[in-house]
Design a protein around this ligand. Structure first.
Ligand code: RM4
Ligand code: MN
Ligand code: MN
Length: 424
């Protein structure tokens, strides 16, 4: 299903007067409103190919129908999202869930939808049909060289797919670790992992980045070999200038101060990218901003501050990706909500009066510092996000238009009720 310009225009037409009124009000509230709108226009968030179907838990999976049955249909779904918000102009592929067979055709299809290929993701946390050796006891850390070799080769294979599609980065997330004390020699596991990563790193094209994603627990519950930002940092530091840490918001121990982690990684020049989602307990993969919107804002506050301190380009110098997936919502509506929440947090962070905040910090004026941040967070900037969309030719209310056009029903008619997308 493809949206037409007329459908979007008609939708916007009906909402325009109300939008203009809100926008005018917001402009009076926010000094740099115009600049924020411009920055939002350049900001794109990649959609994970594995989140286009309903996510499952180990207890069950409830397909909502019309799920994409192939890589092409996944690209079409992301194209739909991008048409609705003009902020999801990239797709991040997970191999082997999404192996491209005809690179040229895949590239052309993506280009038709205005999409680029973001980071490619390797998968050594599952055994695939016909796979020779098992990852039951890890992959890059494995005690057996042959298993490590197989996992290294897989990552190199993923890089090759990425090169063909025009990706610029590889994300490595390992489930490697142990479930019981004594199972693993921590130092040897670290060393094996580092050696394996060196080989993968050596296969990266010059212009590429390697993102090493950490996670505190799950599926291993005693130790994880890339368990936190310190461990990831210690690997990427040794690997070289193309290696960076990737922060997935759901991968920390409870109550971790993620914004501080982000600030320090950025300062060290080793923050590579993000997997946005939200959580209450662990790696819940809920919609970004659904549970802790203030935390999301505080993270963006550090991002904007740290990116500017290093004169980095907000839109292009870090990898911005969503990694969310769950059981109860329409996955496309859910992704629209995530993108909206991310844009809003970014807009709020851009509205923070930096100089005033710094002055408050220098004077140990704790109250003013808090007032500044909370004022930014509590000021409604949704009209700025909507205006950025309007100017880009997207919908003023993406979820509203998705619903009023009965997109899901169309997809079910096209693809069937019982389709299951590859992925989580
Ligand atoms: C992991 C991690 C990875 C993702 C897999 C599917 O928890 O977040 O980024 O690729 O899930
Ligand atoms: Mn992730
Ligand atoms: Mn995760």
């Amino acid at each position: 299903m493809q949206l037409t310009k007329q459908q979007i225009d008609a939708h916007n037409e009906a909402l325009l007067r109300q939008h203009e009124a809100k926008l005018q009000f917001t402009r009076q509230e926010v000094a740099n409103a115009e600049e924020i709108i411009q920055q939002l226009g350049a900001f794109q968030i990649a959609i994970p190919s594995w989140a286009l179907g309903t996510g499952g838990t180990r207890f069950g999976r409830f397909s909502g129908g019309g799920e994409p049955r192939s890589l092409d249909e996944k690209i079409e779904d992301v194209g739909l999202l991008h048409a609705l918000n003009q902020s999801s102009g990239a797709i991040s592929l997970h191999i082997p869930w999404d192996i491209p067979h005809d690179y040229r055709a895949t590239r052309i299809l993506a280009a038709q939808h205005g999409l680029a290929f973001d980071a490619v993701n390797s998968n050594t946390f599952q055994d695939q049909n016909g796979q020779e050796l098992s990852y039951k006891f890890g992959s890059l850390q494995h005690v057996a060289k042959a298993v490590r070799r197989q996992a290294i080769d897989h990552n190199i294979e993923v890089i090759k797919h990425g090169i063909e599609l025009g990706s610029q980065s590889l994300t490595v997330w390992l489930s490697d670790g142990s479930c019981f004390p004594g199972q693993l020699n921590f130092r040897r596991a670290y060393q094996n992992t580092l050696d394996s990563l060196h080989e993968i790193y050596a296969a990266l094209p010059d212009s590429w980045k390697l993102f090493l994603e950490y996670k505190a627990f799950e599926p291993n519950f005693y130790s994880t070999t890339v368990g936190d930002w310190g461990m990831s940092y210690s690997y990427v530091q040794k690997l070289g200038p193309k290696a960076y840490t990737l922060v997935d918001l759901g991968h920390h121990l409870p109550n971790a101060n993620i914004e501080q982690i982000v600030a320090l990684l950025l300062m060290e020049g080793k923050l590579g990218g993000f997997h946005f989602n939200d959580s209450k307990y662990g790696d819940d993969d809920l919609t970004a901003g659904a549970i802790k919107p203030y935390q999301l804002f505080l993270i963006f506050n550090e991002l904007v501050d740290g990116l500017d301190a290093r004169a980095m380009n907000h839109a292009t110098d870090l990898g911005w990706m969503i990694d969310a997936s769950h059981n109860v919502k329409d996955p496309l509506e859910d992704l629209l909500q995530s993108v909206e929440a991310i844009m809003l947090a970014y807009a709020q962070a851009l509205s923070v009066p930096r100089r005033a905040l710094e002055e408050a910090q220098q004077n140990n004026d704790v109250v003013t510092a808090q007032e500044i941040l909370q004022n930014a967070f509590r000021t409604d900037l949704r009209a700025l996000v909507a205006e950025a969309r309007l100017r880009a030719g997207a919908a003023l209310n993406p979820v509203g238009l998705f619903r009023s056009l009965n997109v899901r029903e169309h997809l079910i008619n096209e693809r069937g009720l019982k389709t299951v997308a590859t992925g989580l």
